[in-house]
Design a protein around this ligand. Structure first.
Ligand SMILES: [Zn+2]
Length: 511
């Protein structure tokens, strides 16, 4: 009852609302009967399959992602969509460019003792270095009177300021390490040192192997794609050269402190390697019924990849990605079943973007090489993690400036919520001030950057995010069903609306 009062009582437009809530104003048509094709049992069956250990975490740019992509295509073939990828297939191929430290071609020694790269010493960035000389030990890295130019400096890693540790995103120790390293480098880079050696504190030393696995992955990018950041280039940046960019930094074990304080001779020769690996977007289409409007498309967006197989933690090393993002992928299968059962006027594209976890690579590529002209894509409904947290609340990103592309689309989405999930819609995560910057971390972003009305549905982050704990057993399937119905009905409203959602005048993202 309380929730119903809340839904009806709340004022009209998003901005006028008390903070962090949004609700529909006018009632919209009841859902079509086809919505019954969205069934909890199907969602559960498909999710357990997609997030099963056999899928090995579906890592972008690997055979596991390929296997998962073929499985996704098989679902759509069974549901009755038509393939919309390259050359009449389900697949749009693109290359991922990886740049990382070349372990076999790199050398590091301290006091004449050879170190193993990513074993004893962790390169913290993807940067080459050629440096030798006696270490300069810094008891106080904040002492700017010491001339560091051209020196290899070493210092103890200091605990990060509590406020600088991100609330979510990755296990606690790696969030701690990321904040501590950022704090240390903020004090030391731009002082002309040739290299920085950070001596791990107890927290980072205990988590040394996990940090090594994470940093060994290197950088990922995709060429000829919508830029990562506003004003960025659509080309992959050249391989970083010697002495270009921030000072190269390395993490060594806590036990190295005593040795480094003796100012031993250090030799660092770190080389990089770059190579391409294939990835793929999976794309299915359902044609609309109206001879004119069927040339316009509603695009549903998910990502089929997850984070693969990582470090063994309590008996499991597969990052199954049940919530992130199998939850949305299976919701899209369910929506496709409903649309096949009752076709709308406009056409619908169902896209599973590859390598999202590697930097939105698939969506950056497809938005730059769309399978239908970009101008005909009237809306992008993206979902990321829709199966967890409080059963009564959900978040919708892109509902308020500066993230709102289209107020008309927001209205349709809130009306659809009132007819389906009836969630209390949290808009806090949609604020530019929110520390997680969640709006900038999923596949709707490249499309929104190009001015296409776009929304992101999510039930937000949780402690299992990007860990082996993101398992199908922990999904709230009743909630997932309501989220799937909500996403479906929003698309149904757009696909049958007399006119396409208008883009707000003055829409501009803050970064
Ligand atoms: Zn995701």
């Amino acid at each position: 009852m309380r929730r119903l009062l809340l839904l009806l009582a709340l004022p009209v437009s998003v901005t006028a609302q008390p903070p962090a809530r949004a609700a529909a104003t006018t009632a919209a048509p009841a859902p079509p009967t086809a919505i019954r094709a969205i069934r909890e049992a199907d969602l559960r069956r498909d999710l357990f399959a997609m997030a099963s250990p056999a899928m090995r975490g579906r890592e972008g740019g690997t055979l596991d992602e390929m296997k998962a992509s073929i499985w996704v295509a098989e679902q759509y073939a069974r549901i009755g969509l038509e393939p919309a990828g390259d050359d009449g297939t389900w697949f749009q191929w693109f290359d991922i460019t990886r740049t990382r430290v070349a372990v076999s071609a790199s050398r590091a020694s301290i006091g004449g003792r050879m170190l193993t790269i990513f074993g004893d010493i962790i390169p913290l960035g993807v940067a080459p270095v050629e440096a030798t000389g006696p270490v300069l030990w810094l008891a106080d890295p904040a002492d700017t009177t010491i001339d560091l130019r051209g020196r290899i400096v070493a210092t103890l890693l200091r605990a990060p300021a509590p406020g600088s540790i991100r609330q979510y995103s990755y296990p606690g120790a790696s969030r701690y390490a990321a904040a501590a390293v950022a704090g240390a480098l903020a004090r030391l880079t731009r002082r002309g040192a040739a290299a920085v050696l950070l001596v791990a504190d107890q927290v980072v030393d205990d988590d040394f192997a996990a940090l090594a696995v994470q940093r060994a992955r290197g950088d990922y990018d995709v060429d000829h794609a919508t830029p990562r950041a506003a004003g960025g280039s659509d080309r992959v940046a050249p391989v970083p050269g010697l002495g270009v960019g921030p000072t190269p930094a390395y993490m060594v074990r806590a036990a190295m402190a005593a040795t480094l304080q003796q100012a031993p001779e250090v030799a660092l020769s770190v080389r990089l390697e770059r190579f391409d690996v294939p990835s793929v977007n999976v794309i299915g289409r359902l044609r609309g019924t109206d001879p004119v409007l069927r040339e316009e498309y509603v695009l549903y967006s998910s990502h089929q990849d997850a984070n693969g197989v990582r470090l063994l933690v309590p008996g499991d090393s597969v990052l199954a990605g049940a919530d992130d993002n199998a939850s949305v992928s299976v919701a899209q299968f369910a929506a496709a079943r409903a649309f096949v059962a009752q076709r709308p006027k406009r056409s619908v594209l169902f896209v599973h973007h590859g390598a999202e976890e590697r930097g939105l690579l698939g969506s950056r590529y497809h938005s730059a090489h769309p399978v239908v002209p970009l101008a005909q894509i009237v809306t992008v409904l993206n979902g990321d993690m829709i199966g967890r947290n409080n059963p009564d609340t959900a978040a919708l990103l892109g509902v308020q400036p500066p993230h709102r592309v289209s107020a008309e689309l927001v209205t349709m989405a809130l009306q659809a919520n009132a007819q389906t999930g009836r969630f209390v819609v949290d808009t806090l995560w949609d604020r530019p001030t929110h520390p997680e910057g969640w709006y900038f971390r999923s596949d709707h972003l490249p499309y929104a950057r190009l001015g296409i009305p776009a929304l992101m549905y999510t039930t937000n982050l949780h402690d299992d995010y990007h860990t082996a704990g993101d398992l199908p057993e922990r999904i709230d399937y009743a909630k997932l069903t309501r989220m799937a119905q909500w996403m479906y009905l929003t698309g149904w409203y757009v696909a049958n609306a007399p006119k396409r959602p208008a883009v707000d005048a003055g829409f501009k993202l803050e970064r």
